[in-house]
Design a protein. Structure first.
Length: 655
């Protein structure tokens, strides 16, 4: 396994020393006394507020920080053991007690950041909260080991045989079975289930046979030219040509779930009726947990009695709950929640830790980057059609001042690939050599002045309009003016900010009429940027709204798509990023924050649970120390059998 970069490497630690006294004061004031009001938290809305996926994350409550991101393999394991030792008083002088061993039992109770769920059809859903649930109840052929590294591990099958560069042959684990409830009654998972799960998405038809645009991953799955079930245990995929990212994106991707043939025939037509509380129990999976009940914003799952996977599923059950923001702190202190991170800021973490001193701290990167975007189309009314002007504005934004302003220092600057994505991102020491990323902003001023002059000069350029999402401004009041002030000060330009909804920004971005945009941008879909760059960077890409074009970059992206060696593809990715940083790319990442959190000392998460984005399946490998002081006895809800219900309603109860 590759080692991902630590959250705060030596360079970044040195840059952050200036704020240590502030943090010490915060912690001291927190310990001086905490009233009940100190536990009240305010923060995000729900997925109903989510902007379109082209302007910001496709499924996040506030577009800020619902991402899970890396704790880094072996380093994370060491950090977790050290934190556990600190929480239990171990690790001092003398003989150190052995850390507790994982044991089955207990019910995990966690905060979900959504106010609503998308449809419970795993092939036609797009909300992250739904993907998290699906990753506990369904299986994939392969699933992420480390999402931030792009490494995969076995699920229904191991890594494929590749007789050539266009053929992938998987052997299904003979132990793999569906839940022992109707409509499958514990039967084996077969290649036909896999074939139907992929073919359904490739065809993109609803139950009546009509085209259905809600099959959002249709184009991705259609990269398979054929899907063949040659015998019950063997499934083969072919592609039209060498496709180095096919396995990672289409086979082991976050939405590549396998459902039973019975579910497609019997349950999918009912999913069209879009009744959440019923639909969640109309599931037919082979994963470690079975849905029991969705009651408002409380979703309960029970461990499947016939879970077959090589990785144990430790908790007896999982409860995901969305209490109101003003209850979060009190619920955590009362142990009604086993962990809490978003929407806490660093000061709130300090206060909450004072109220619950046995807590264990953790942190993970926020996957939604803060970005500057600008159109490059030839428009005489838009001075930003000259990429030199957009580049000058991007260079003028002080990343380090922005990190202090937005995240109180708990962030790092991001290049075209965010800093937390393992070997894919440029090394930080290299990134800090580029204009805009240099720690001393004065080092950039001469180059900024040359760019502005080459674009026509400040007087001829006139006023430049900067669109800021009203949601972003509401989180950070005055941020639009702060950024405009940076540009005016460092580039000598006249800036005018206006505030718009993400929906309006998305529409104008896609139409090519948005001048410049500053705010949260779309999170990466995976560690490997190849597929994302095909869409948003390559000339003619469907998501290349800025009109960027560079023949050298196009050639490198095409080469990445045909390069199967991961290390070689990462080196090509570094070359692309250096070009994007020097050729006026229309979408400039500025920074990604670090989310802080606290967990109860009896809750021991798999370190990969805090990996980037799509990592909820690792909750099954997390465990509760039910014998520890402070763990409250919990029960899952019981549901009375309904003889008239669809078959899997009863199955949900018996799970």
């Amino acid at each position: 396994m590759h080692a991902t970069p630590p959250l705060r490497p030596p360079i970044w630690t040195a840059l952050r020393r200036r704020r240590m006294s502030r943090r010490a004061l915060l912690r001291a004031s927190g310990r001086a006394g905490v009233g009940a009001a100190g536990l009240a938290l305010v923060g995000c809305g729900g997925d109903d507020d989510a902007p379109d996926d082209q302007a910001a994350p496709d499924d996040q409550a506030s577009a800020q920080a619902q991402a899970d991101a890396p704790s880094n393999g072996e380093q994370a394991a060491a950090q977790s053991q050290a934190a556990d030792a600190a929480a239990t008083g171990e690790g001092g002088e003398g003989v150190q007690a052995a850390p507790p061993e994982p044991t089955p039992g207990g019910i995990v109770r966690l905060f979900t950041t959504t106010d609503s769920f998308d449809r419970f059809d795993p092939h036609r859903s797009r909300f992250r909260a739904n993907q998290q649930v699906f990753s506990l109840i369904y299986s994939r052929l392969l699933r992420p080991d480390s999402v931030s590294e792009g490494t995969l591990e076995a699920d229904l099958a191991g890594l494929p045989e590749q007789p050539d560069e266009t053929t992938y042959v998987f052997q299904i684990d003979p132990a793999a079975v569906f839940w022992d409830v109707p409509p499958t009654d514990g039967r084996p998972v077969t290649s036909e289930d896999v074939r139907l799960s992929f073919q359904r998405q490739i065809d993109g038809l609803d139950a009546s046979g009509e085209p259905d645009l809600r099959f959002y991953r249709r184009a991705l799955m259609a990269r398979a030219a054929s899907v063949t079930a040659s015998d019950p245990a063997t499934i083969a995929f072919t592609t039209d040509g060498p496709d180095a990212t096919f396995v990672g994106s289409a086979i082991g991707g976050p939405w590549s779930f396998v459902v039973s043939a019975e579910a497609i025939d019997e349950l999918a037509p009912q999913w069209d009726q879009f009744e959440h509380e019923r639909d969640v129990t109309l599931s037919s999976g082979s994963g470690p947990y079975v849905p029991v009940q969705l009651n408002g914003l409380i979703l309960s799952l029970a461990r499947s009695p016939n879970w077959w996977g090589a990785t144990p599923a430790y908790p007896d059950g999982v409860i995901l709950i969305r209490p109101s923001n003003d209850r979060l702190g009190g619920d955590y202190v009362a142990a009604d929640l086993d962990a809490l991170d978003f929407p806490l800021d660093s000061g709130q973490v300090d206060i909450l830790e004072n109220a619950a001193p046995e807590s264990v701290r953790y942190e993970y990167p926020i996957d939604t980057p803060v970005q500057l975007s600008f159109g490059q189309r030839d428009d005489p009314e838009n001075p930003l059609g000259d990429p030199r002007l957009g580049t000058a504005i991007a260079h003028s934004i002080d990343r380090f001042a922005l990190i202090e302003r937005l995240y109180a220092g708990d962030a790092r600057p991001s290049g075209p690939v965010p800093w937390f994505l393992g070997g894919w991102a440029l090394p930080e020491e290299r990134l800090l050599e580029f204009p805009g990323y240099r720690p001393n902003k004065d080092d950039d001023l001469a180059e900024i002045a040359l760019l502005v002059e080459a674009a026509g000069g400040a007087e001829a350029i006139g006023e430049v309009r900067l669109a800021v999402p009203d949601l972003f401004e509401s989180f950070y009041p005055g941020i639009g003016q702060s950024v405009a002030g940076m540009v005016e000060r460092n580039a000598g330009l006249t800036m005018e900010t206006d505030f718009r909804s993400y929906a309006e920004i998305t529409e104008q971005l896609q139409a090519g009429v948005l001048p410049a945009f500053f705010g949260w941008g779309p999170a990466p879909l995976q560690a490997d940027p190849t597929d994302g760059w095909r869409d948003s960077v390559a000339s003619g890409g469907a998501g290349n709204y800025g009109g960027y074009g560079n023949a050298e970059v196009d050639a490198l992206i095409e080469q990445m798509g045909a390069t199967f060696d991961t290390g070689a593809r990462q080196r090509l990715a570094h070359q692309v990023q250096e070009l994007l940083l020097t050729t006026g790319f229309w979408r400039q990442n500025l920074t990604n924050g670090i989310q802080l959190g606290l967990r109860q000392p009896y809750f021991h998460p798999d370190p990969r649970l805090h990996d980037f984005a799509w990592s909820m399946h690792h909750l099954a490998g997390s465990w509760i120390d039910v014998a520890a002081d402070g763990y409250p006895e919990r029960e899952l809800p019981t549901v009375e059998p309904d003889v008239d219900a669809a078959p899997d309603d009863a199955g949900g109860e018996s799970g």
